[in-house]
Design a protein around this ligand. Structure first.
Ligand SMILES: Nc1ncnc2c1ncn2[C@@H]1O[C@H](COP(=O)(O)OP(=O)(O)O)[C@@H](O)[C@H]1O
Ligand SMILES: [Mg+2]
Length: 345
């Protein structure tokens, strides 16, 4: 499989303070050495709590913001070396869908023009061709053709997100970065919009970098999952592997928060209590250590590198201990030595 997107060691800090003379003197390290790839037609979910750096990764991937360090390859070419003109051309091949369709669509533009705009920029289509294509796209995302001449305020959030999706796919992109695309929508229509994205992917073979803090969505849409904590990847695996056997204590904690129909499973997975810790990650060692139920002394000395454990990439010195699910299924009376760390009771 060829990769549409490859990020290698991508890093981004934001200036958070300046001296009186305006010289930056404090920084927030939002993304710290993130390496990931997305294959053609694949969906890679990026998950993690708010502030983990997910949106920043998405924006870096499309070079909407400049990285401090690291490589970005899009369809095999170096995106960091791309000229303004190259970038402008490539923008038709890589698109973004944002969480809030109210602010991502131009309120002063009728829907037909909003959807047609990328065609105007990236193709030489005639007005008639553009109109035909827009009609076709609007129908495809479940909108009526008479919606063409209406303004964004006339639509619901779910309809607006369908319009944003139509706009994103107008130029047949290879990659769409979807940043929490359904988080702002009513529960009842989230699944519809996710299903639309999935169907469009099957039809068109686009790849998605799907940013979300909602793990129940990940199961529906993602082939692989990347878990971020404090600007770094702590685990990545196929969706199946990640849900069946989460390895990083943070991944386990995230999964514990997902409602699962099977009550036994739910019980075993909630057995990962995290310490509540405010503020910055520690200066050395594993960022997650202050909250981690498994942390030992070595975790506070040097950060664990991302390494392969049973088909997962995991940054944890304790990634190979017995998974929680197995603990709860084990024979009664034979507790695993680590049980006391995992069981809050
Ligand atoms: N332009 C910016 N200036 C300063 N800090 C920023 C900026 N953008 C993001 N951040 C900070 O970087 C961190 C990661 O942000 P973000 O990538 O939006 O996280 P997520 O999408 O996972 O919630 C947050 O703490 C956020 O406040
Ligand atoms: Mg975000």
């Amino acid at each position: 499989m060829t990769d549409v997107l490859r990020l290698s060691g991508i890093t981004k800090s934001f200036v958070t303070g300046r001296t009186l003379l305006g010289k930056p003197n404090s920084y927030f390290h939002a993304v710290r050495g993130v390496t990931l790839s997305v294959a053609r037609g694949e969906t890679v979910a990026v998950v993690g709590e708010s502030g983990a750096g997910k949106s920043t990764v998405g924006r870096l991937a499309l070079r909407l913001i400049e990285p401090d360090d690291g490589g970005i390859e899009f369809n095999g070419s170096d995106l960091r070396a791309a000229s303004k003109e190259d970038l402008r051309r490539l923008r038709g091949r890589m698109r973004m869908i944002f969480q809030d369709p109210y602010s991502s669509l131009d309120p002063s533009m009728v829907v037909g023009d909003t959807v047609a705009e990328p065609l105007l920029v990236h193709t030489k289509m005639s007005a008639a061709e553009r109109r035909a294509k827009v009609l076709d796209l609007l129908q495809r995302v479940g909108m009526d053709t008479h919606h063409m001449d209406r303004f964004p305020y006339e639509f619901s959030g779910g309809q607006l997100q369908r319009i944003a999706i139509a706009r994103a796919i107008t130029t047949d992109p290879d990659l769409i970065v979807c940043d929490e695309p359904v988080a702002a929508l009513d529960m009842s229509i989230r699944a519809q919009v996710v299903n639309l994205l999935r169907d469009l992917q099957v039809e068109r073979g686009m790849a998605y970098l799907f940013i979300t803090h909602d793990l129940s969505l990940v199961r529906l849409i993602a082939d692989r999952v990347v878990v971020m904590y404090a600007g770094q990847i702590v685990e990545s695996a196929t969706t199946e592997q990640l849900f069946a056997e989460p390895r990083h204590p943070y991944t386990r904690a995230l999964l514990a928060a997902v409602p699962v129909p099977d009550p036994n499973r739910r019980k075993s997975q909630t057995a990962i209590p995290l310490a509540a810790v405010q503020g910055k990650p520690p200066a050395k060692g594993c960022s997650f250590a202050p909250r981690c139920p498994l942390a030992t002394e070595e975790c506070t000395v040097e950060a664990p590198p991302l390494a392969e454990v049973a088909g997962h990439d995991v940054a944890c010195y304790h990634a190979d201990h017995v998974p929680v699910a197995e603990l709860s299924e084990g024979a009664p009376g034979t507790p695993h030595p680590r049980t006391e760390l995992l069981d809050p009771h």
